[in-house]
Design a protein around this ligand. Structure first.
Ligand SMILES: *Cc1c(COP(=O)(O)O)cnc(C)c1O
Length: 228
């Protein structure tokens, strides 16, 4: 199948899943994860109307940022673990840093954002499964870290992000997505922030329909679109 056909399949699945839970498909952002693909393929999906690109390494993202066709208005998402020594470059190009997993990282983002007079949008990454191999805050650390981050002037928390365990049966990912939604809802109930957190970035190629059923409004999809 061509990239075009695979993209329409993903879009159709998003639409039908959203409708099945009574949600407008427009409320669900599709971030195309391009970490394994070339500038040529990125230009191709941009020509098909994609506006959000996800990359997991700052270096790769910088190269692609410079090389893609300038006629497209692209929003760049940082989805991989971010080291503090890469923050300066990251703040320079990313619209949304989805992988904030420590207060130390948040401080550095705030500092670098201040330098260029930017308010950097971020998501807090949560390790909902507790797997050692995954980055992200423990669920019970999130409230406190979020409260500290709100004191920083050049960072704006938009929501939460998680990566579900890789399992044979996507249905098994449901509890982790549900946990993230409940965490966000609880933060809103308790007014941890003085505004409402909205974004729930959850769901990848093999589990995005489950994630949408559990309240995701941002899915990050790579292989379902690009894998041959
Ligand atoms: C690679 C990656 C994705 C996309 O994964 P696919 O299974 O290829 O859709 C999404 N989120 C993160 C954080 C990733 O690293």
């Amino acid at each position: 199948m061509s990239i075009e056909n695979k993209l329409s399949e993903v879009r159709n699945n998003i639409i039908s899943t959203a409708k099945s839970i009574g949600k407008s498909p427009d409320e669900i952002y599709l971030v195309c994860v391009t970490k394994e693909v070339s500038v040529f393929e990125i230009n191709q999906i941009l020509s098909l109307g994609i506006k959000d690109i996800g990359e997991s390494r700052v270096g790769d993202a910088l190269l692609k940022y410079r090389e893609i066709d300038k006629k497209y208005d692209v929003k760049w998402h940082m989805i991989g673990h971010l080291q503090t020594n890469k923050v300066k470059d990251a703040v320079g190009i990313f619209n949304l840093i989805q992988s904030v997993d420590s207060l130390r990282l948040a401080y550095e983002i705030d500092k670098q954002a201040l330098r260029i007079n930017k308010i950097q949008d971020i998501l807090i990454e949560v390790n909902t499964s507790g797997e050692d191999s995954k980055f992200g805050l423990k669920p019970n650390e999130v409230f406190e870290v979020a409260k500290e981050i709100t004191k920083l002037r050049n960072i704006n928390i938009k929501g939460l992000m998680t990566i579900a365990p890789f399992v044979d049966n996507p249905e098994k990912t449901r509890p982790y997505f549900r946990m993230l939604r409940q965490l966000r809802d609880r933060m809103n109930e308790l007014r941890i922030m003085n505004y409402e957190l909205r974004v729930l970035s959850m769901g990848m190629s093999n589990d995005y329909t489950i994630a949408i059923e559990e309240g995701s409004n941002m899915v990050r999809i790579g292989s379902a679109i690009f894998k041959r």
